[in-house]
Design a protein around this ligand. Structure first.
Ligand SMILES: [Zn+2]
Length: 141
C-alpha cells in the first residue's frame, strides 16, 4: 500500500486474477480455475476451459508458495510504459511452478543474481503508486 492512494482506488493488474481484499494485501492471493471435464488448471477466474472448451469449470485457490522453474534477469530498462522501480534496477522474471500444476510468469523479488532454479518462493501482493495491485514472488524464508 502507498500513503497517497485512497483504498477505494486499488484495482487488480488483471480482472479476475486475484482473490481477497485489495485494501488488505496480506489477504490477496491468486485465483485459479479447474475443469471438471479434463482436469486442466488455469490461472484466474475462468468460465471456459482453454484446453477442452468445457464450461464445467470451478474456482480453486492457488498456493502462495511455488518453485522457480526457470527465470531470466532483466538488466536494462524495458522500452515503452515500464512501471517498475525508478531509477531502474535489474530484476528477475521467473516462471514459478505451483503445486496445482501450472506455471505463473512473475517478477522474483530480492537480489536477481541470487535467484536459482528450484528455489522456493512466496506470492506477495503489492500496490503500485498508480493504485494497481500486482504481485511478486519473494524468496521464502
Ligand atoms: Zn477442460
Amino acid at each position: 500500500m502507498t500513503d497517497s492512494t485512497p483504498l477505494s482506488e486499488f484495482r487488480p493488474v488483471r480482472s479476475g486474477l486475484m482473490t481477497g481484499a485489495l485494501d488488505d494485501l496480506a489477504s490477496v492471493g491468486l485465483a485459479g480455475s479447474r475443469c471438471r471435464a479434463c482436469g486442466e488448471t488455469t490461472l484466474g477466474a475462468n468460465t471456459l476451459c482453454p484446453n477442452c472448451g468445457s464450461d464445467d469449470v470451478f474456482p480453486i485457490a492457488l498456493s502462495d508458495e511455488g518453485k522457480v522453474w526457470t527465470y531470466t534477469v532483466v538488466r536494462y530498462r524495458p522500452p515503452g510504459d515500464y512501471k517498475g522501480a525508478e531509477p531502474f534496477q535489474p530484476f528477475a522474471i521467473g516462471l514459478v511452478e505451483l503445486p496445482e500444476g501450472l506455471r505463473v510468469v512473475a517478477p522474483v523479488g530480492g537480489d536477481p543474481d541470487a535467484v536459482r532454479i528450484g528455489m522456493t518462493v512466496r506470492f506477495t501482493a503489492r500496490a503500485r503508486a498508480d493504485g494497481v495491485v500486482d504481485f511478486v514472488y519473494n524468496p521464502a524464508a
